[in-house]
Structures are given as structure tokens and as C-alpha cells.
Design a protein around this ligand. Structure first.
Ligand code: SF4
Length: 239
């Protein structure tokens, strides 16, 4: 069935985590509770984009790449700002007519292989070294793999290696160091992820089918809210 649906990268992630929530919000238009915006993370993302835009323009090697032994450059493409815009992003048309899209943070081009590395910036403030093996790690990996899939579908030669660039805000030291402008220091950690995007096509198909159907799907296993509610109803109905 042909459709004019649009599904974002976050929509696919939501479908994987809870098909029912995806259906309620994106088919029936239920609004989720509003969240406090992560403005500090938005600020560190903007600073990192500014930082790598300087070397994108000049073609210079960034000290981070030297430190990590990477032979890359910031990919200079006329659509880079479009791809990084949350309201636009990179878009492909699925054969059903559904548009699938997502916005990346950056792309580095491998100078040995000409392949593109998808780069995602992450910020936090933790005592321990950042890792993608715990917490939201699986979700971050899926995010990277969906971006890789979108760029491959758009005809780019994409490396299976993607990078998470973590900036970890230190709670040590003083805020006012010199004068009145506050300072926060960040440790940066580059984590490479050897990705596999073979699951994405199927997840996209299932998400589209879900939105084209009128049948409410089951909830995911990560949230107990609906299960609790149904169980309570079940108990009450027996009373
Ligand atoms: S199980 Fe949780 S995430 Fe899924 S629809 Fe219910 S409340 Fe939303």
C-alpha cells in the first residue's frame, strides 16, 4: 500500500522499544508528557559542531584525530547542514512512499578508504569512563546503525565503524577561575562502534505496517505501565 507517512529515526527507536506507544502517538496522535529540554547537551553539541566545522573548512587535521591515530577529515558536502538539521536531516523514500529520516551530528571521511564514518556526539557528567555497553548503549548503537543505513540507501560508501565522541563534564575544580565567566572542564573520549545495520530494513518495514494497520500492537518489554493497568483490570473484572 502506498503511503505518505514520515517516520523519523526516533520513531523507529520508539517502535522497537514499545510498538504500542509508537502506535498511540504516531497513529492516534496521543501526546507524550513533555520533557525538560537537555539544553546543556544541545550546547556541547553546538560547540563540537563549531569545532569540527573549522577543520572542515580549512582541511586541517584536528588534534583529536592525531591523538586517536585516525586518518580522517571532516566530510565536506554541500548538504552537511541539512543533514544536521533536526527538522530536515537525511531522507530516503521507502518503496511504499514512506519517508524515513534522521539528523546526524557529523561525518568524518576516511582518507585511506574514502568511506564515511558516522559520528555522534554524547555528553554527560560521570565519574567513570563513558561506555556504550551499559545504560542507553543499545539505543545509541541502533541510532548509529539507522544513520548508516540512511546514508547507504542514499548511495554513500559508509564504513561499518562509527564513532561516539563523548564529552564528560568534570565536577572537580572551581567554577570561577579567572574573572566572572564560569568554566567547566570536559574530558573527551572517542568510542568506536563496529556496526551492523542489517536489522534496520526489517524494523522499518514493521514500523510502516504498524502505522498502516488499525490493530493496536502489544507493548514492549521495557515498560510495565500498560501491563500493570491490564493486570489490574483483569483482577477487578473477576471481583
Ligand atoms: S507499555 Fe509503557 S511505553 Fe508502552 S504504551 Fe504503555 S505506557 Fe507507553
Amino acid at each position: 500500500m502506498f503511503s505518505n507517512l514520515k517516520i523519523s529515526r526516533t520513531g523507529i527507536e520508539q517502535y522497537i522499544r514499545c510498538p504500542k506507544c509508537f502506535f498511540l502517538q504516531r497513529k492516534l496522535g496521543l501526546k507524550p508528557p513533555s520533557m525538560v529540554p537537555l539544553t546543556l547537551a544541545v550546547a556541547t553539541d553546538a560547540l563540537l559542531k563549531n569545532e569540527f566545522d573549522v577543520v572542515r573548512e580549512s582541511g586541517a587535521c584536528h588534534p583529536l584525530w592525531k591523538r586517536e591515530g585516525l586518518n580522517v577529515r571532516a566530510f565536506n558536502h554541500s548538504d552537511i547542514d541539512l543533514w544536521r538539521n533536526n527538522f530536515k536531516g537525511i531522507r530516503i523514500k521507502h518503496p511504499t512512499g514512506t519517508e524515513i529520516y534522521g539528523a546526524i551530528d557529523d561525518i568524518w571521511e576516511n582518507l585511506d578508504t574514502s568511506e564515511l564514518h558516522i559520528v555522534d556526539y554524547k555528553s554527560n557528567s560521570k565519574k567513570d569512563e563513558p561506555t556504550i555497553e551499559t545504560g542507553f548503549g543499545d539505543s545509541y548503537k541502533r541510532q548509529m546503525e539507522i544513520y548508516q543505513w540512511l546514508f547507504r540507501k542514499s548511495g554513500f560508501k559508509v564504513s561499518s565503524i562509527g564513532y561516539f565522541l563523548y564529552v564528560n563534564g568534570s565536577k572537580l575544580g572551581k567554577f570561577y577561575e579567572n574573572g566572572i565567566d564560569g568554566v567547566m572542564h570536559f574530558e573527551t573520549t572517542l568510542i568506536s562502534h563496529n556496526s551492523n545495520d542489517t536489522w534496520v530494513e526489517d524494523a522499518v518495514e514493521r514500523a510502516i505496517t504498524c502505522l498502516q494497520s488499525d490493530v493496536m500492537p502489544d507493548s514492549g518489554v521495557e515498560c510495565d505501565n500498560c501491563r500493570y493497568y491490564s493486570d489490574r483490570l483483569g483482577i477487578n473484572s473477576k471481583l
